[in-house]
Design a protein around this ligand. Structure first.
Ligand SMILES: Cc1cc2nc3c(=O)[nH]c(=O)nc-3n(C[C@H](O)[C@H](O)[C@H](O)COP(=O)(O)O)c2cc1C
Length: 193
């Protein structure tokens, strides 16, 4: 089943049928790597793209301060701290846990956007307090879209903004500008916070 699903994500019906007919089924992990990894891509490719466009380049999926540094050094105009939906590997570090270290490393040189699990206004507040320049929403607005089309997506976003207002007020902040690492508390023994 895994092999079938992965094959379908390639949008190559021919490959899909060929895989089904294969007398030697490939290991799921081998197929996964074949589909999702491009071992030929390196950081030099980012510099190559940078040299050829004046469009902003925002690099998504950053999880380590070292990679954030390389992204900035390679000319990225911003980064997105993200765990890609957390569905690629069990036990991966939570994106929020990586945020403070990356924010420290980037030190304001480029915007640090954040996604992964933003579901409520409090989630937005926490990410901004930990230094995100802004947050991105992945699945929630898609759920709204599925339920009620454009109006559903709008409702999801309006609810998030309303919740953010309430969370700000209830936590004693008059505006987003007042948010900082002192706005949130956390077990100091974890992840070097
Ligand atoms: C169906 C689906 C496909 C995705 N495909 C990609 C992808 O190709 N590249 C990527 O960087 N992130 C991908 N993501 C991750 C999202 O861009 C986003 O980082 C993630 O869903 C976390 O945000 P959320 O928790 O608000 O959904 C995908 C997410 C979903 C649900």
């Amino acid at each position: 089943m895994v092999r079938t699903l992965v094959s379908m994500t390639r949008h190559h019906p021919g490959d899909f049928r060929a895989n089904l007919r294969s007398p030697e089924p490939r290991a799921a992990v081998e197929t996964f790597l074949d589909v999702f990894s491009r071992s030929s891509l390196t950081w030099d490719d980012l510099a190559f793209v940078r040299d050829r466009t004046t469009l902003p380049i925002i690099l998504k999926g950053i999880q380590r301060p070292e990679d954030a540094e390389r992204a900035v050094a390679s000319g990225a105009d911003g980064i997105v701290v993200s765990n890609h939906g957390g569905r690629q590997i069990d036990g991966a570090i939570g994106a929020l846990d990586t945020l403070p270290g990356i924010v420290r490393q980037v030190d304001g040189r480029v915007p640090v956007l954040f996604d992964s699990g933003i579901r409520t206004g409090s989630d937005i507040l926490i990410a901004l307090a930990l230094g995100a320049t802004a947050v991105l929403i992945g699945r929630p607005w898609v759920y709204g879209l599925a339920l009620a089309g454009t109006a559903g997506a709008e409702t999801v976003l309006r609810n998030l903004l309303a919740e953010l207002d309430i969370a700000l007020g209830l936590s004693g902040h008059a505006s987003l500008a007042e948010l900082g690492s002192g706005s949130v508390a956390r077990d100091q023994t974890l992840h070097g916070f």
